[in-house]
Design a protein around this ligand. Structure first.
Ligand code: ZN
Length: 210
C-alpha cells in the first residue's frame, strides 16, 4: 500500500494552525473541525430523543465514531462521554483525520492514515524533535506527560521515533514551531550547552540541501 506520510503530517499540522492552538497538552474539548459537529452520544441522545442504542448502531463498543451524510455537508463525530480521557483524544483526532484526509470509506489504508494523522496532531514530531535537541530525554513517560498521550499512543510514538528518528521533515515544521514557541521556551528551556551548536549545525545541514 502507498502512503503519503508527509501529506498526512501537513494536514495534521494545518489543523493545529487552523485551530490556533498554542500549547500542549491540548484539552479534548479544543479538538474541533470545520463543518463537523462533535458531540457526546449522551448529549446527542438528549437533543434528538433517540436512544443511545439507536445512535450508536453497530458502534456500541467504540469510544467515538464518524457519522456522515445525515444531512448534506454535515459530519457528526459522536463520542462516549464516559470514556473521556487520553485515549479519547487520539480517537477524536483519528475521526478528524478521516475528514481531513477526505476518506470515502473505512478500509485498512484509511485506518492507518487516520491513526497517523492523530499521532501527529496529538504529539507533533517537530515539537518532540525540538525538545529532544534541547537536551530532554524522550521516553514513554515523557510523552505521556508532555502531550497527555495514553500509554499505548506514547509507546507507538516512541517506536516510530526509534525506527525513524527525526528524519522526516515537513513543509510546515517551522510554522508549527513558531506557533508553539512560547510554550516550548517556557516549559522546555534548553538544558544543554550543545544546544545552540547542534542548532546551527542543523541549519547548516539544511542549507546544504538547498
Ligand atoms: Zn477510523
Amino acid at each position: 500500500m502507498q502512503y503519503d506520510w508527509a501529506e498526512i503530517t501537513s494536514l495534521a499540522y494545518l489543523t493545529l494552525l487552523e485551530l490556533d492552538l498554542h500549547e500542549f497538552p491540548i484539552p479534548a474539548k479544543k479538538i474541533k473541525c470545520k463543518d463537523v459537529i462533535i458531540s457526546s452520544y449522551q448529549n446527542y441522545a438528549a437533543k434528538t430523543g433517540l436512544s443511545i442504542e439507536e445512535i450508536t448502531l453497530g458502534h456500541e463498543l467504540e469510544d467515538a465514531f464518524l457519522q456522515k451524510g445525515l444531512r448534506p455537508n454535515l459530519n457528526l463525530i459522536l463520542y462516549d462521554k464516559d470514556k473521556y480521557g487520553a485515549r479519547m483524544k487520539h480517537t477524536l483526532w483519528h475521526e478528524v483525520g478521516h475528514i481531513k484526509c477526505n476518506h470515502q470509506k473505512h478500509g485498512e489504508k484509511e485506518e492507518i492514515e487516520a491513526h497517523y494523522f492523530a499521532a501527529q496532531a496529538n504529539a507533533p514530531n517537530i515539537l518532540i524533535k525540538t525538545i529532544a535537541q534541547r537536551g530532554y530525554n524522550i521516553d514513554v513517560p515523557f510523552l505521556m506527560n508532555c502531550f497527555s498521550l495514553s500509554e499505548e499512543a506514547a509507546k507507538k510514538k516512541k517506536g516510530y521515533l526509534s525506527k525513524y528518528g527525526f528524519e522526516h521533515s515537513n513543509e510546515y515544521d517551522d510554522v508549527v514551531l513558531l506557533q508553539f514557541s512560547d510554550y516550548i521556551n517556557a516549559k522546555y528551556p534548553p538544558k544543554t550547552l550543545h544546544f545552540y551548536d547542534d542548532y546551527y549545525d542543523n541549519l547548516e545541514r539544511e542549507r546544504e540541501k538547498w
